[in-house]
Design a protein around this ligand. Structure first.
Ligand code: GLN
Length: 275
């Protein structure tokens, strides 16, 4: 079987499993098996596959058809134009989370806190693009922190990693110019369905989906400098809840929409002077 034939069959197979980007994913998986870049597959279209490679490809296609995210199968995912390493210990970075990075870069903080860093995607993208920013990233999961550390090393990002539960990971009295967070915000009942292969810990926001969001929002004024900004990702149906949780705690709070036009990011600014 040639590379082209294998890709054609794999695409049909993945389409049959209701996978939307079947051709793209077939290419990503074959490139992974062959150890080449996806774009190099085109030039190799007529090449015969070794039987060991064909078997390895088949095994990955089975797993993909069974619902495992392609990013776990290849161990890689692109985020903010950076190639990140991924394991099932961390959530697969979503494209809408790039918006969180955009907003941090606009604000150019001197000190940034990424609360619940997971793969490290937000912290690493910010550190790479703001070389003089001091970046602190926390996570409650040591296994997630191990992945985030590898991603920081891979991209030469200097980040201070702290293990602990949200603000509980921070040394007493630390203040940041910006807090960025993408906490678990999916309702428990739904999270169990979304997280068939991803860590529940990274998605499950409690019965209402708001348990962790409330803690992030309520704790933010105590960890921000006066006038500092909280940027917190939310679910598309959580705009009113997020604004309610922020009410009275910040000098201003608004929800920005993502590229799909959905409410996605709470932007809340701490009072400059208490009053
Ligand atoms: N947007 C993600 C999803 O719906 C959830 C991310 C999160 O809980 N922080 O799969």
């Amino acid at each position: 079987m040639t590379v082209d034939e294998a890709l054609g069959r794999a695409t049909l197979r993945l389409k049959g499993a209701a996978i939307l980007s079947a051709r793209l994913e077939a290419e990503l998986l074959l490139a992974h098996v062959l150890g080449v870049r996806r774009l190099d597959l085109h030039a190799a279209g007529g090449r015969e596959l070794l039987s060991a490679d064909a078997a390895a490809y088949e095994a990955l296609l089975d797993r993909r058809a069974g619902g495992e995210p392609v990013a776990y199968l290849t161990g890689r995912k692109e985020f903010y134009s950076l190639e990140l390493l991924l394991t099932p210990d961390v959530l697969v970075p979503r494209p809408e989370t790039e918006m969180l990075v955009d907003r941090v870069l606009e604000l150019k903080p001197r000190r940034l806190l990424d609360l619940g860093t997971g793969s490290g995607c937000v912290a690493v993208a910010c550190a790479v693009n703001l070389p003089s920013c001091e970046v602190t990233a926390t996570d409650v999961s040591p296994r997630a922190l191990a992945v985030a550390r590898r991603n920081a090393e891979r991209h030469g990002a200097r980040i201070r990693f702290l293990e602990g539960d949200l603000y509980g990971a921070l040394p007493e009295g630390e203040r940041f110019d910006v807090i960025a967070s993408n906490p678990p915000y999916v309702r428990a009942a739904e999270a169990a369905r979304v997280a068939t292969h991803e860590p529940l810990l990274a998605l499950d926001g409690g019965p209402s989906g708001l348990t962790l969001l409330a803690r992030v929002i309520e704790g933010a004024p105590g960890a921000l400098v006066p006038g500092g900004t909280l940027l917190c990702e939310i679910g598309e149906d959580q705009e009113a809840d997020a604004l309610r949780l922020a009410r009275g705690r910040f000098s201003s709070a608004e929800v920005a929409r993502d590229l799909a036009g959905q409410p996605r990011l709470l932007v809340a600014i701490r009072y400059s002077v208490r009053g």
